[in-house]
Design a protein around this ligand. Structure first.
Ligand code: ATP
Length: 690
């Protein structure tokens, strides 16, 4: 294997590849315009001869037209991929000699595959192909990959990484000794893009294991801030779409996403990888779907805002109680209890038909352990179907219907809200249920009620969804997972970070989540790729429990600015904004503890620059430039520079505040500034304060 040994040869090879790609794009252009012409002609023909064509001919023409359109769409899609590829055809190369062979091949790896139509030769391999997995898993030396025919073992004799942009090779790195640290460093030191970008060129080995995991029914990823959880989850989706092409489409994959801004922020990754974006839903939309005729409810962010505003012990107790697996079991026991005790049969006499109470009870018992409403339906059906009139004849449909209704009414109450309220009397803790106002639930009651609904009425599961992603897993309680497991029986990737909870009274660790999914596989990611060592070391002092490990990348020390008054602090904030505007950074996040504080600061600084955006829970777009928002809203996002105002002792003092502060600081990639007036928060490390 002697191809392209030197950098000069690689450069020549690149220009050859670019011109082959350009030719392929031209060929597709011709094919697309021919198909376009054929479709127009065929449609014209049908139109002109509509009267003379018999139905069979018309149908055949329609089939031809739709086949041609399909063919054309595929060509357009392929051309779109090649147009992207021609700018940066590949990012990696592995030369692999299979065992027992004297020589091997050089495999060039890119975002998409490329082969010329008239030859069978693969010129570029898709990063998701089996052979490409070696690029992520091995350095030079012994290596293997799983091909459809089985494990292929052998040796990597050469491994290279390329940075190609606009058809030009910016650099080439021989990484036969140590995996891609240098390229990763270069990638991470860049300023942010407007949206989340793909990481195909620098996927790390521990991330690749997650991306290519095909077997786990539930895969739970606990990853520290910036460890690439969301990126990895999206690349996993792209991998699964490639691996199970015939049976899985992006329409079968759903992500439960924390908010619309986050959905917008991640929306580019899959299209960049040549796949369509997947469907997204918020956790509250799920609840709305279930409870639309039952009641209204407080949202999660309203609950978090309420907790962040003031400490209300009774509220905290209500939230805490409903955030354990024991609580889920209590609800299940209660549902079983009413199923077994609240059905009160009586002798029935309807239209001269007599049915004994004992027969009704035994039909109810025989119906088995299904949700109560279904059990009642089945009992009613059996009783009405077996009922006979006085002469032993079959009864009329009208009588059968009356019997069904009467049997179903033998259940004490099917009013969901009333049953839910009874539950708290049943467990002897009526004080744990409090409506926000008439027919409006506190957020902590929303999913317990949905779960009870499922136990009582059964469930309409999302059968079209074949893979579910749950991001920010720490924000969901066991009862929410119990609901999710009933609504989605498909495979799941669940990801989050227990150190980034916005509500520590109801957050779930991987251990809690595993209680709902005992068969789940779990992975932990500890390395953080987002922030500099200086920022991570600072964040680690705010939350010493976090096991976060920074990647070797240096930057400025975080700046802490103290002033005597709010006016002085505002000047510091404006000063930091000016620093940002004069730097090469592209995004600045001003991250406040609450949305009310964000709104206040936004008003005060809006005139500093014409392009400042306030991100709130009804926003649906992530913007480049300056964004003012709350810690809760900023979760999952990242900025080149982050300013955290009001880090004084009265604003950041509880465990919840500590968690919010940690989230705010870990959003920063390159620069972090904190400002306060008065006493600094006890969570701020004693580093030098300006
Ligand atoms: N292998 C990698 N190569 C290059 N960049 C990476 C890699 N892994 C992660 N990153 C970058 O690190 C940053 C954090 O990634 P991501 O947002 O996916 O992490 P996360 O674990 O979901 O973070 P958080 O929980 O803090 O929101 C992103 O800028 C991402 O592009």
């Amino acid at each position: 294997m002697t191809v392209n040994q030197t950098e000069a040869e690689e450069r020549t090879y690149l220009s050859t590849m670019v011109s082959r790609l350009q030719k392929a794009i031209e060929r597709l252009e011709n094919q697309i315009s021919t198909t376009r012409h054929e479709v127009i002609e065929a449609k014209k023909y049908v139109w002109d001869h509509v009267a003379g064509l018999d139905p069979a001919e018309r149908a055949a023409n329609r089939v031809d037209i739709s086949l041609a359109i399909d063919h054309g769409e595929k060509a357009v899609d392929k051309q779109r991929k090649l147009r992207k590829l021609v700018e940066a055809p590949y990012f990696g190369r592995v030369d692999f000699i299979p065992e027992g062979h004297a020589k091997g091949d050089a495999y060039y790896i890119g975002v998409h595959a490329f082969n010329e139509e008239d030859s069978q030769e693969n010129l570029i391999y898709d990063w998701r192909s089996p052979v490409a997995s070696m690029f992520y898993d091995y350095n030079a030396g012994r290596a293997d990959y799983s091909a459809p025919a089985g494990l292929v073992e052998g040796e990597i004799s050469l491994k290279r990484q390329f940075k190609i942009k606009g058809q030009i090779m910016e650099y080439m790195i021989e990484s036969s000794m140590n995996i891609n640290d240098e390229v990763l460093q270069k990638e991470l030191s860049q300023t942010s893009d407007e949206k989340m970008k793909n990481i195909v060129a620098t996927i790390q080995k521990e991330q690749n294991v997650i991306i290519r995991n095909e077997h786990s029914h539930e895969l739970i990823i606990q990853g520290v801030a910036g460890s690439g959880k969301t990126s990895v989850a999206l690349h996993r989706v792209a991998f699964l779409l490639y691996r199970f092409k015939g049976t899985l489409t992006s329409q079968n994959i759903l992500i439960i996403s924390p908010n619309k801004v986050f959905s917008d922020y991640i929306s580019n990754v899959l299209p960049e990888l040549g796949e369509e974006t997947i469907l997204q839903i918020g956790i509250e939309e799920l609840a709305e779907r279930q409870l639309k005729n039952v009641c209204k409810f407080q949202t999660f962010n309203e609950q978090v805002a309420e907790l962040a505003d003031s400490r209300n012990e009774a509220l905290i107790e209500r939230i805490r109680y409903k955030a354990s697996m024991d609580f889920v079991h209590e609800l299940e026991c209660f549902a079983a209890h009413i199923r077994d005790n609240d059905f009160i049969p009586a002798d029935l006499i309807i239209d001269n038909v007599r049915i004994a109470k004992a027969d009704i009870l035994s039909a109810y018992k025989a119906a088995g352990n299904m949700p109560i409403k279904q059990k009642l339906e089945k009992t009613a059906l059996v009783i009405s179907g077996t009922a006979r009139d006085e002469d032993g004849g079959r009864i009329k449909p009208a009588a059968a219907n009356k019997i069904k209704t009467a049997v179903k009414r033998m259940f004490r109450s099917l009013n969901l809200l009333a049953i839910y309220k009874d539950f708290y009397h049943f467990i002897g803790q009526p004080e744990l249920f409090k409506l926000k106002k008439a027919r409006m639930l506190e957020f902590s009651d929303v999913f317990p009620l949905v779960y009870l609904q499922i136990l009582v009425e059964g469930v309409n599961s999302f059968d079209a969804v074949k893979h579910l992603l749950v991001d920010e897993m720490q924000d969901y309680t066991p009862v929410q997972y119990a609901v999710i497991s009933r609504l989605f029986t498909c495979k799941k990737t669940i990801l989050g970070d227990s150190s980034q909870s916005v509500n520590p009274y109801s957050s779930s660790s991987i251990t809690e989540i595993q209680k709902v999914f005992p068969e789940a596989d779990t992975v932990e990611l500890l390395k953080s790729y987002r922030s500099t060592i200086e920022i991570i070391n600072f964040a680690r002092q705010i939350n010493p429990n976090s096991r976060i490990v920074p990647i070797e990348r240096h930057g400025l020390l975080p700046q802490i600015k103290k002033s005597e008054s709010w006016a002085g602090e505002l000047t510091d904030v404006k000063h930091a904004i000016m620093e940002f505007l004069n730097s090469d950074h592209r995004s600045l996040g001003i991250v406040c503890k609450t949305m009310a504080q964000a709104e206040q600061i936004y008003k005060e600084i809006a005139d500093t620059h014409q392009d400042i955006h306030l991100l709130h829970f009804s926003s649906d777009q992530f913007h480049e430039g300056i964004m003012v928002t709350s810690c809760h809203m900023a979760k999952g996002l990242e900025f080149d520079h982050v300013i955290v105002p009001l880090v004084d002792g009265s604003n950041y003092k509880t465990d919840m505040d500590r968690s919010l502060l940690y989230i705010a600081c870990t959003r920063a990639m390159h620069a972090l500034t904190l400002t306060f007036h008065g006493e600094k928060s006890p969570f701020i490390p004693n580093t030098s304060i300006d």
